[in-house]
Design a protein around this ligand. Structure first.
Ligand code: URA
Length: 233
């Protein structure tokens, strides 16, 4: 790939802007030698104003989503893209959430520009279970585990029953729910169907990967290759 296209795809500007950037001499290799438009050294050797390039595609990142942020770049208000470097919103291919979280759901969000990986993880047949920690308005009544596991629960305005889901009780008003699928507002609607109301919802794992304890709210980082593998473990 030509240097102009590479930098434009990484969000450093339009092709014209990137051309100007290269001609201004701020794009160099790791020895400080100014690069021309037709030179493309290995990615890790390229510098813009002395800084390493953003990671190339395919990219997978994890984010600890705070309350109040939506997962769509088109939504008004705060979006998860505001928590990433501004260049990331201009990347081509763009980064998409692997299973969106509601505005008021917190926790583990993966984003990738790799469409195949995204579909592999969200497809119910992938076996990538999603685990949510739930805070409830009222005490659990005891019948919820059986209802969720039944495979017969049909949510309001839907006709296809939910796949069986697992409930683990953590306290009177607190539980873990494990899902195979990701329907709209699924956990909230499951508890609504059982006569309760979700006050707090946090995703804590996706497949075999649990959100690391040291990833603070609002923080993100690139996944290591073994973490991508762990999703499918
Ligand atoms: N279930 C919900 O209700 N909301 C989410 O954000 C995720 C799962």
């Amino acid at each position: 790939m030509k240097l102009v296209k590479l930098l434009a795809n990484l969000g450093y500007g339009s092709r014209k802007e990137v051309q100007r950037l290269i001609r201004s001499g701020v794009v160099t290799d790791d020895t400080g030698r100014v690069l021309g438009e037709n030179e493309v050294p290995p990615h890790h050797q390229i510098r813009v104003r002395g800084e390493e390039l953003d990671p190339p595609a395919p990219l997978v990142i994890m984010l600890n989503k705070p309350d109040g942020y939506t997962c769509s770049s088109e939504d008004p208000g705060d979006t998860v893209y505001d928590l990433l470097p501004p260049r990331f919103a201009l990347r081509n291919p763009g980064l998409n959430p692997i299973g969106r979280l509601d505005k008021d759901t917190t926790g583990f969000l993966l984003l990738t520009d790799d469409g195949k990986l995204l579909h592999k993880i969200i497809h119910p047949k992938s076996g990538c279970l999603k685990v949510y920690q739930v805070q409830l308005d009222r005490p659990l009544e005891g019948h919820e585990g059986e209802l969720f596991a039944s495979g017969t629960l049909v949510l309001n305005s839907e006709s296809r029953p939910l796949l069986p889901a697992k409930l683990e009780v953590l306290g009177e008003k607190e539980a873990l729910v494990t899902l195979h699928e990701g329907r709209y507002h699924q956990v909230r609607r499951m508890f609504a169907a059982s006569g309760n109301h979700v006050l707090g919802l946090k995703r804590i794992s996706i497949g075999g990967l649990t959100m690391p304890d040291d990833l603070e709210e609002g923080e993100w980082r690139e996944l290591e290759p073994d973490e991508v593998k762990a999703i499918f473990a």
